[in-house]
Design a binder for this molecule. Structure first.
Ligand SMILES: C[S@@+](CC[C@H](N)C(=O)[O-])C[C@H]1O[C@@H](n2cnc3c(N)ncnc32)[C@H](O)[C@@H]1O
Length: 225
């Protein structure tokens, strides 16, 4: 990740929610929160990895549901991390470790996390970056772990596909201008997740099917087809 990229996210950090709401109202937040109740048993204390959580609205909501989770949140932007810290109340039961690092150079621990959350994060990468990143994330997860992905996508066909492509092109242009984003179009990570042994448990779509929230669970070798 370039300095331009983290500087770009620093610049938009304070306005991120406002920019999002101008275009999507509350839809992105609805998508982010849609599967949180199914992620973790409120009585358990899962180890959770949150990647590129931005201004922390998802993490804040997750901790309300699962306050005793042990969370590691990695983000390259110091200002985004500051926003996250400001949102999370300093309650004694909250165990959150913030790591400011580009994901490309972050050294993931092995088989450590029960849950990973990537919301509107995997869309920051092109196909070759994703093909390197996804296996590294998978290696950090335990057997039977959960991967919660919320992201944009291109519906298969029809007017919804044209609509999504139009808006995704505008968003890519905006993020390329602000952050130097390398990716020129959305890459669907779901086929690769399945190749890595993660099976979809649930999927909801939003906003004319251009947004999805999917819960994947890692299958043991025995369960795999
Ligand atoms: C598009 S925003 C998504 C924010 C949030 N997850 C959401 O739901 O809106 C991408 C986030 O990932 C971070 N990010 C982007 N590229 C990154 C990279 N290569 N390494 C680490 N963090 C990165 C940005 O700083 C930003 O907080």
């Amino acid at each position: 990740m370039s300095d331009r990229c983290s500087a770009g996210y620093d610049r938009i950090a304070r306005h991120y929610e406002r920019i999002e709401k101008l275009r999507f109202g509350n839809t992105l937040q609805r998508a982010r929160l849609s599967s949180i109740p199914s992620l973790a048993n409120a009585n358990s204390s899962p180890h959770v990895l949150v990647l590129g959580d931005g201004d922390g609205r998802l993490l804040e909501a997750f901790l309300k549901y699962c306050p005793t989770a042990h969370v590691t949140s990695v983000d390259a932007s110091p200002k985004m991390i500051e926003q996250q810290r400001n949102r999370i109340p300093a309650l004694p039961q909250h165990d959150v470790t913030w790591i400011r690092s580009p994901i490309e150079s972050f050294v993931f621990p092995t088989s450590t996390f029960d849950i990973v959350i990537t919301a509107f994060f995997l869309d920051c990468f092109d196909a070759s970056q994703l093909s390197k990143l996804l296996p590294r994330i998978a290696d950090a997860l335990k057997p039977q772990s959960i991967w919660y992905v919320v992201d944009f996508c291109e519906p298969e066909q029809g007017p919804r596909r044209m609509w999504a492509k139009f808006w995704l092109a505008i968003m890519h242009t905006f993020f390329r201008w602000q952050t130097g984003l390398r990716s020129r179009r959305i890459v669907d990570p779901r086929p690769q997740l399945r190749d890595l042994g993660f099976e979809p448990q649930s999927e909801q779509t939003f906003h004319f099917d251009m947004i999805y929230a999917a819960v994947y669970q890692r299958q043991s070798e025995r369960q795999r087809p």
